[in-house]
Ligand binder design. Structure first.
Ligand code: ADP
Length: 918
């Protein structure tokens, strides 16, 4: 058992010692007879046993011959063991080996003998380490195990004389036997031994450096740091100890340096291994115990650094006990970690298990049950380090996974926070915008009007900011999902223009647009996102352009791939952007000129969001700009071909018709011309009213005429009056184009058949012109044209408002009141169900979040019982503004989704959309 533990401890100390087998016989009384031993076929022999021993004498071979007082002593036993002699001193050993004359080439392997030695074979000095001497002053210690050839021996005996001196180490004398064998076998043995050691050192050093790099450039995990240091330090021990391959590489290394390094690395690897275990499994390890063991290790390092070898070399024996405790304790920790299912614990157990297996095997070899092999020893180490590194890789991967999960959680929390924030802000904002809107339309003096306008505008700005931030966070978190639906490009652009033109109060600014003929009516893509980008670019253009025009054009660009590539351009004649400021565009929260924020408002997010949206749609966005001339923002997107074709384009009602157009704006003339040409209408254009008046006689050749209202000198109204002097309204229908609102043009309704607002929208233009020819055209309109909006809604609608917030109830009631509508109020879903039982509602405005019963549940129940005819039209009005919320509302059967705040304009449009006046 004791010897088992000894072997075990030898292994702990990294002794990769040579392969040996049991000697065929021992040296007895300084003699050993190997004359019948075949060295070339059999393993080398360890010259163990009782050698002649001359204490405190350094004798040369010739001096011994005359000596008669011979003593004997076991060779592999240090001087001070058994307290027979002292560790410090000097002595000579001698043995005679009888061999056969034809033993072949022989060699000796000599270990180091703690300090210095001189070796003679048959009177010749064959090897030495340092210088032997009889006092500390005249001796030099050195360590370098060596294997050297004796050559062919022309004698039947080898007389081996070994002088050893030691005045430094706490152990003196020989501790490991000299080995005699065939030159080939001994040299092979050493080469293999060094080979394994160098490979193992290289592997550990590289592994250690790799983990060190991981620590430095990674997340600074101390476990990884400890493991990397353990590998690096241990890599030194493999070559700086045992058979000392390092000393073989660097033979002139000072003895004291290698000695100190050997001891320091021993204590340090114990210390680091303890800290590594503690960091790896803090729950399973006892901090106190590991700190105690580590403290002792550090103390021993200190002693090694400060004290002479005679003292610190004595520390090895007590340190045995510490190391054993370390290893056994680590094994216990790993078992606990496996029980607790800690990450990588199984690898840790396998790792120590593999080392224990090697120990066991070594013990069995020691007792002669198996052969000891270097390969097994080598594999044991390799397994140990490999599995330890697996634990770290496992933990590293695990911590990355955890970090990812945490990031995902925090991103969910972030978007949750944002949507709650947006919800909470929208609710009061609904009141601010709604009521200030109503206020500004009531009887107020100029100053009060101005104030309420500012409140309303600020509310709108705030709303824009909230929307932008919501979008931005959605795009940033990669949650942007694009819809794939058939949509009408012209209608989509027109809707945007509708929205923007309603905010354009500037009479000096014309809004124009054209969609190239090559662009199909319908494509598959995400119309909402396209519109969002257009709205961003258009509102910027509007914001930064005082006068002139804003022109949107849509073109198709050839694309090699299957789909279609559309290019949108938004060109303005505004302030432009200076060359050196261009780089600030498309960056988060960046505005070209921060002072412009004060003047124009904005968050600096519009362009970033547009860029990300466009990129998500497979395209890119760019800008060309000249300061004080204007800017053109262009973006392209990829869309798919749609199977739907427009019914208007394919109808023949306009084929062959001819029309004259009068407009002083050339761009506008071109646009109109191409729009009409697309429907098969021939056009003649005039840019000067006078020219047209001159042609007045010939005008009956035209089917109808289009006149622009605002022109210098003579207005469209005046021209129309002139025409009507000659041709009646029925003979020559006239269409008025203007940027002003319907009420004002009412005055001229006798002159014109139709009044169209600028910008002229392709579908609306054709749809309206259709009326000139087919008064009952609406019957034939297919579903997609539901985009088309008249100007009024059905009267006498019965409406229910389901809303828990008192102010929001009031805002909506007021808005409806303005539109001459009355509504009932339910404070939550349950009340709505109750009211709905006793009265039939045409329209229900439904809030989403309410106490007792929310809007979703209420809608489900409201729609479940009745047949299709009786089902009310339910429209969500909610402070939840996410696409998911909209989808949820529509999925339970709501018809539309309005996010708060709502304005009179929005409610009116919605009513027109769902309840158009027939
Ligand atoms: P903001 O909400 O501040 O308008 P954007 O990202 O939409 O944010 O625009 C960033 C900046 O780019 C604007 O503040 C403005 O300085 C500049 N910019 C954008 N469009 C135009 C334009 N059409 N003409 C001049 N400057 C523009």
């Amino acid at each position: 058992m004791l010897s088992g533990i000894l072997v075990f401890l030898c292994l702990l100390f990294g002794i990769t010692g040579s392969v040996y087998s049991q000697s065929p016989r021992l040296v007895e009384n300084g003699k050993i007879d190997l004359s019948s031993y075949n060295f070339q076929q059999n393993s080398p022999v360890l010259l163990e046993g009782n050698w002649e021993f001359y204490w405190e004498q350094l004798l040369s071979p010739s001096e011994i011959r005359s000596f008669d007082k011979t003593q004997h002593r076991e060779f592999s036993k240090s001087w001070n063991s058994g307290n027979q002699y002292s560790a410090m001193g000097y002595a000579t050993y001698r043995t005679t080996v009888y061999i056969s004359k034809n033993s072949g080439p022989l060699a000796l392997s000599v270990p180091d003998f703690y300090s210095s030695y001189l070796l003679y074979v048959n009177n010749q000095v064959v090897s030495r380490n340092g210088m032997v001497g009889t006092s500390k002053e005249d001796y030099t210690p050195h360590w370098l195990p060596s294997t050297f050839a004796l050559g062919d021996i022309d004698s039947d005996s080898l007389v081996i004389v070994l002088q050893i001196s030691n005045f430094d180490h706490s152990k003196g004398g020989a501790y490991y036997p000299i080995k005699l064998g065939s030159t080939e076998k001994l040299f092979n043995e050493r080469a293999i031994e060094y080979g394994y050691a160098f490979v193992l050192t290289g592997a550990l050093l590289m592994g250690g450096l790799f983990f060190f790099g991981l620590y430095l450039f990674g997340r600074h995990e101390t476990t990884i740091l400890y493991f990397s240091l353990f590998c690096i330090i241990y890599s030194y021990r493999i070559i700086g100890f045992g058979s000392y391959p390092l000393h073989f590489l660097l033979p002139n290394l000072p003895w004291i340096v290698t000695l100190k390094l050997e001891y320091i690395t021993l204590f340090l690897s114990g210390y680091i291994f303890g800290m590594y275990t503690l960091n790896l499994y803090p729950r399973e390890s006892s901090k106190k115990l590991i700190y105690l063991l580590s403290g002792i290790s550090l103390l021993f390092i200190g002693i090694t650094l400060l004290f002479p070898p005679s003292f610190f070399t004595q520390l090895v024996t007590p340190y045995f006990a510490i190391l054993v405790s370390y290893i056994l304790y680590a094994f216990y920790v790993y078992i606990r970690a496996v029980v607790n299912d800690s990450p990588g614990a199984k690898y840790a157990l396998i790792s120590t298990g593999s080392v224990f297996f090697v120990f066991l095997y070594e013990i069995l070899a020691y007792f002669g049950f198996t052969e000891r092999t270097l390969l097994l020893n080598f594999s044991g180490y390799l397994f140990f380090f490999f599995f330890q590194s697996l634990i770290l890789s496992f933990r590293f991967a695990n911590s990355l996974k955890l970090a990812k999960e945490r990031a995902e959680e925090s991103s969910i929390a972030k978007s949750q926070f944002l949507s709650t924030m947006s919800h909470e802000i929208r609710t009061p904002l609904n009141a601010v915008i709604g009521l200030s809107g109503l206020l500004s339309e009531s009887k107020l003096n100029d100053q009060q009007k101005e104030y309420s306008k500012i409140i309303n505008q600020s509310g709108e700005n705030l709303l824009g900011i909230i929307n932008n931030i919501l979008d931005y966070s959605k795009i940033e978190s990669g949650k942007l999902e694009l819809a794939d639906i058939d949509f009408n490009i012209r209608a989509a652009v027109e809707q945007v223009l509708d929205l923007i033109s309603s905010t354009n109060k500037n009479p000096d600014l014309e809004l124009l647009y054209s969609v190239d003929d090559s662009v199909p009516d319908f494509v598959i893509g995400d119309s909402n996102r396209v519109q969002q980008v257009l709205i961003n670019l258009l509102s910027n253009a509007l914001k930064f352009t005082e006068s002139g025009e804003i022109y949107i054009s849509v073109n198709m660009i050839p694309d090699e791939s299957e789909g279609i590539r559309l290019e949108f351009k938004v060109k303005d004649t505004g302030i432009g952007i200076a060359e050196d400021q261009m780089h600030r565009l498309f960056q988060s929260f960046s505005q070209v000129d921060p002072s412009s924020t004060r003047k124009y408002g904005g968050t600096g997010l519009g362009l970033v969001i547009s860029k990300k949206l466009v990129e998500a749609m497979g395209g890119s966005i760019s800008v060309l700009s000249n300061e004080n001339v204007g800017s053109t923002f262009s973006f392209s997107i990829k869309v798919e071909k749609s199977q739907i074709i427009s019914d208007l384009e394919s109808s023949n009602i306009f084929k062959g018709k001819s029309v004259f157009i009068l407009d002083d704006n050339q761009t506008n003339l071109e646009i109109l011309k191409s729009q009409l040409a697309k429907a098969g209408i021939k056009t003649t254009t005039y840019d000067k009213p006078k020219d047209l008046i001159n042609d007045i006689e010939k005008l009956d050749s035209f089917d109808f005429g289009i006149l622009d209202m605002q022109m210098p000198e003579i207005t469209g109204v005046q021209v129309a009056a002139e025409i009507q002097k000659k041709w009646t309204k029925a003979e020559l229908p006239l269409v008025l184009l203007s940027s002003i609102h319907n009420e004002e043009v009412e005055k001229y309704k006798d002159l014109f058949h139709l009044h169209l607002n600028k910008p002229i929208k392709h579908t609306a233009l054709l749809r309206n012109l259709e009326r000139i020819y087919q008064p009952n055209h609406k019957k034939g309109i297919k579903k997609y044209v539901s985009n088309y909006q008249g100007n009024s809604f059905k009267e006498g609608l019965s409406i229910l408002i389901v809303e828990d917030n008192l102010i929001n109830q009031k805002v909506l009631v007021r808005i409806l009141d303005k539109l001459d509508l009355k509504a009932d109020i339910a404070n939550n879903g349950l009340e709505a169900l109750k009211l709905n039982r006793s009265k039939k509602y045409d329209l229900i405005f439904m809030d989403m979040e309410m106490p007792e019963m929310d809007g979703i549940d209420a809608t489900k129940q409201l729609l479940s019982s009745k047949n299709d005819q009786e089902k009310p039209t339910i429209i969500a009005i909610t402070a939840n503004a996410r696409i998911e919320d909209k989808e949820l509302c529509l999925s339970v059967g709501m018809k539309d989704f309005l996010s708060k705040p709502v304005t009179t304009e929005i409610i009116k449009k919605t009513l027109i959309k769902w309840f158009p006046a027939s």
